[in-house]
Each structure stands twice: as structure tokens, then as C-alpha cells.
Design a binder for this molecule. Structure first.
Ligand code: ME8
Length: 488
């Protein structure tokens, strides 16, 4: 990522409203939030755009609505609110929350479809053509599934036999774009990070197992979606509708935000939707003659070794974590457990110890000790003009190494706590001759604390600000109640 760039556009996937927000959705949204806050501090509020939202069309959502006896729109209105609430509880600083059922999005999708319909592939063929689709369709996945992907005749993710479908569809001529997508990946025009995922996508293209994909479904099988502008027997396939959100939100093609922010500088997702983002999406963008984004893929994590799912009932709601720990600590606990990109198991049972060790005994204790000593030994007076905003962990954040950024900050916290233990200022102050030494020590500690607080800004903006306010007050005072209360 280039440092001096003037804009930064960050997206998360838009989440399906057939499910409630869980810790998997929260992870993606939190990393996007940290990066957005970081870049805002680097290049200014107006130059960062952070988009998230909900994916509200398709058979899967219609089915979920039906189960609850609700009209799809009423149902999606309700569930998209639960996502907004969860992000509010986690203090997520998105600039826009897009819903695929909103008018502006639907209008621009129609415009995109019309453009694709008129476009020619690099080989001179029509980008969109009509054909018969014979296929197996998994409603759970919301996609056609290949014979080779089945396990014992069933979709491995949903343990359900797919439906056989033959229907008239409109297709996207992916075949004419595969070579170009491959070249774009190899040349770095399309960024896919980490390397393992990039190689996976290249492998997929080399295997030549990527047929042209449908951009529409017959209204009979999927009645809930955007009308296809030139064929009223068809609805827009939910993935074309969904992927478009990344540009409809910005007001493609003429919107000010679109002109300023596209292409995306960081599109976050997990590997479950890699093919759609790393093959279909770039091909669609090429057909629209638009520049390609950077895709950042994090691990798909399990809970106690099992896939999280509503059926297994092992879904952790971010709201429960926020209720117990507050938003900032919840974000800390989630981000510090594993590195971006690694496939991991969430171990919620480790959260209480981690909280006590890192926040109560680590950061909270350091703030308490330093401010208490400054208050007592120096009458609260430290010349904070000497504080420097030398943040630590910035390089790590730029490289998506969020856990490592936190580790770097916590090394400084640890170093300072040790420095206090070793120097024992409470003994030093007993002798007037050590006055300067104590002052110097507390100056260094306060100045470190200032660095720690600034470095924590993208992760814990409120706690960080609280620390900065204490340190830059006329007189430093120990906080009235501890920054992080011990868990009972
Ligand atoms: O796929 N571990 O929506 P979705 C890590 N609507 N991340 C997880 C996760 C887990 N166990 N579970 C979910 C869709 N996620 C489409 C996307 S985009 C144009 C359309 C996160 O609700 C992760 O980011 O199934 C994953 O890619 C996304 O949620 C899937 O969300």
C-alpha cells in the first residue's frame, strides 16, 4: 500500500440477512474498521470511505422470510437492522451501510446490466448471451454446484442434496475473460492477498473448471430479486446484484464518490466467497472497463473445532461479547487471538484470562501506576509538550498484521511495567537526592504512555482518548475508577 495516496476505499462483504450477525461477520467488519480509522488519521476523514451492508435478495432470503411467515421486504428490513445494531454496539465507523433492496442500488444495477448487455468481450463476443442451464443448485449456497463438489451426492456445506434445474438463463461469457483475469493476477493489477489464496485462484483458473455463470434466474425459481431489464421472465442472479454493491454505493458511473474512491484499496472477505470476488468480480469489472481492486482474504474460523452455523447452534453473537466486555475490549480480544489470514479456532473460553492479563494487569495497571506516581511525587506536573506522537505498530497495520500491531503495543506496555518494577520509584522518592531520577523516569513513562494511547487509536479510540485526556490535563490525576474493571 502506498503511503502518500490521497484516498482509501475499504469494503466488507454485504452479509446475507438469512442469518443473524455472528463473530465471523464481526471479524471482517472489525478489521475493516481498524484500517478505516488508521487511514483517517493518516490521510484525513474525507479521504477514507468504509462500506458495509446487507445482501437482501435471492432464494435463500426468500426462504428464510417464508419460514417466519413474513414478506421478504418486511423480513429484510428487520434483519438488516440487527446488523446495524451489532455494528453500533461494536462502534463500527462505516461511512455507508448499503442495502441491496434500496432504490438507488437497484437502479444502478439495472444500468450495469444494460451496459453489460451492450458490451463485447475482448474476443468480440457478446458479454451476455441466452442459454439453457442444466445444473445442480444448492439453495443453501445460493449457487449452482458442480458434480465434483458434492460429497455423497450432497452439498458438503449444507449436507443437503442439490436441486436439478434446467432453465433459461442469461449468461456471462466468463470464458473470454479467464486469461485476462489470470494475467491481471500475475501482473499484480489485481491484488489477492495472502499469496496462498492468490495461488489458489490461479490454480482454479488453470484447472479450466470455471464455466460461464448465469446472471439471471427464472422468476419462477427465484421471485425475490431485481427485474432483468430486457427480459421480464427473469430476475437478476443474486451474486451479480450483490457484487455490484461495491460500485453502486459510490454512485457508479458518474457519482463524485465513485470518481474519487474506485478502485477499492481493500476489499475484505473470507475464502468462502473467494471465487466470486477473485474471478467473477474482476471479469465483470473488465467488461465495464473499470480498474481492479485489492482483495484481502482472511481465514474462515471455527468455534471449538466446528464450523459455526445456526443448525449447530454454536454461533457467538458479537452483542454478547460487547455486553460482557464493552465494544473496545471485544474488538481487542477478537483481533489479538490470531493473525489475519490464518485458519483458526476461536477460543472464547480464553477471553477472561486474556482480558485480565492484557487489559486489567497490563494496560490498565500501567495507566494507574504512572498517573498515581505523577500525581503523588510530582504534584501531577509533567511537561507534556515533550510528548511525541511516535506511534508503534503502524507498519503492521498497513500490512494487515493487526494482531502483530497489538503485540508491538503490548511489548511497550510490558517494558514499562517492568521498568517500574525494577526501578521501584516508591523507594527512590524516600531520598531527596533521587528527585531528578524519579522525575526523569516518570517523564519517560508518561511519554511512552502517550505513544501507547496514540498507537491504540485505531483499535480503542475511546480508551485511547481517555488516556490522552489524562496525560494532557493541566495536572495529571490518577483515574477515579480503573480503566478496565476486573472481571468478577
Ligand atoms: O457470502 N469466519 O454473505 P455471508 C470468518 N452475501 N469469517 C466469516 C465467517 C467465519 N466463520 N462466517 C462469515 C455472503 N464470515 C454474501 C456476500 S459480497 C458481494 C456478498 C464473514 O453473510 C466473511 O467475511 O455468508 C465471509 O466472507 C462473509 O462473512 C460471508 O458472509
Amino acid at each position: 500500500m502506498v503511503d502518500k495516496q490521497k484516498k482509501f476505499y475499504i469494503t466488507t462483504p454485504i452479509y446475507y440477512v438469512n442469518d443473524k450477525p455472528h463473530i465471523g461477520h464481526a471479524y471482517t467488519t472489525i478489521v475493516a474498521d481498524v484500517l478505516a480509522r488508521f487511514y483517517r488519521s493518516q490521510i484525513g476523514e474525507d479521504n477514507v470511505y468504509f462500506l458495509t451492508g446487507t445482501d437482501e435478495h435471492g432464494a435463500k432470503v426468500a426462504e428464510a422470510a417464508k419460514k417466519q411467515g413474513l414478506e421478504p421486504q418486511t423480513f429484510t428490513d428487520q434483519v438488516s437492522e440487527t446488523f446495524k445494531d451489532a455494528w453500533k454496539n461494536l462502534d463500527i465507523s462505516y461511512n455507508y451501510f448499503i442495502r441491496t433492496t434500496e432504490e438507488k442500488h437497484k437502479e444502478i444495477v439495472v444500468d450495469i446490466l444494460d451496459k453489460l448487455k451492450d458490451a463485447k468481450t475482448p474476443l468480440g463476443n457478446a458479454v451476455i448471451y441466452e442459454g439453457d442451464y442444466h445444473g445442480l443448485y444448492c439453495v443453501g449456497c445460493e449457487k449452482f454446484i458442480l458434480e465434483s463438489e458434492l460429497v455423497n451426492g450432497k452439498c458438503p456445506d449444507h449436507n443437503k442434496e442439490p436441486e436439478k434445474l434446467v432453465e433459461k438463463n442469461w449468461f456471462f461469457k466468463l470464458a473470454d475473460y479467464l486469461l485476462r483475469v489470470k494475467q491481471a493476477i500475475e501482473s499484480g493489477e489485481l491484488v489477492i492477498y495472502p499469496e496462498t489464496r492468490k495461488n489458489e485462484v490461479l490454480g482454479l483458473i488453470n484447472k479450466q473448471d470455471l464455466p460461464d455463470f448465469s446472471i439471471s434466474r427464472s422468476k419462477k425459481s427465484v421471485p425475490w430479486g431485481i427485474d432483468l431489464p430486457w427480459d421480464d421472465s427473469q430476475k437478476t442472479y443474486v451474486w451479480v446484484d450483490a457484487l455490484s454493491n461495491y460500485i453502486t454505493a459510490l454512485g457508479y458511473p458518474d457519482g463524485k464518490d465513485f470518481k474519487k474512491f474506485w478502485p477499492a484499496d481493500a476489499q475484505f472477505l473470507a475464502l468462502d466467497i473467494l471465487k466470486f470476488h477473485a474471478v467473477y468480480w474482476p471479469a465483470i469489472l473488465m467488461a465495464l472497463d473499470l480498474p481492479l481492486p485489492k482483495l484481502y482474504i482472511h481465514g474462515f474460523f471455527t468455534l471449538d473445532g466446528k464450523k459455526m452455523s445456526k443448525t449447530l447452534g454454536n454461533v457467538i453473537s458479537p452483542n454478547e461479547l460487547v455486553e460482557k466486555y464493552g465494544s473496545e475490549v471485544s474488538k481487542y480480544l477478537i483481533l489479538s487471538q490470531f493473525s489475519f489470514g490464518s485458519e483458526s479456532d476461536i477460543r472464547v473460553e480464553e477471553f477472561p484470562n486474556k482480558y485480565n492479563a492484557d487489559l486489567v494487569n497490563g494496560l490498565g495497571n500501567l495507566v494507574n501506576r504512572v498517573t498515581n506516581m505523577v500525581e503523588q511525587y510530582l504534584d501531577g506536573e509533567i511537561d507534556h509538550k515533550n510528548f511525541k506522537d511516535n506511534r508503534v505498530g503502524s507498519e503492521e497495520i498497513k500490512n494487515l498484521r493487526f494482531r502483530e500491531a497489538l503485540l508491538t503495543i503490548w511489548q511497550l506496555i510490558q517494558k514499562d511495567n517492568v521498568m517500574i518494577d525494577e526501578n521501584k520509584p516508591w523507594l527512590l522518592v524516600k531520598d531527596e537526592a533521587n528527585k531528578d531520577q524519579v522525575k526523569k523516569l516518570l517523564e519517560e513513562l508518561s511519554s511512552d504512555l502517550y505513544i501507547i494511547a496514540n498507537s491504540l487509536m485505531p483499535f480503542m479510540p475511546h480508551k485511547a482518548q481517555e488516556i490522552i485526556n489524562i496525560l494532557t490535563a493541566k495536572k495529571i490525576k490518577k483515574p477515579e475508577s480503573p480503566l478496565f474493571a476486573r472481571l468478577k
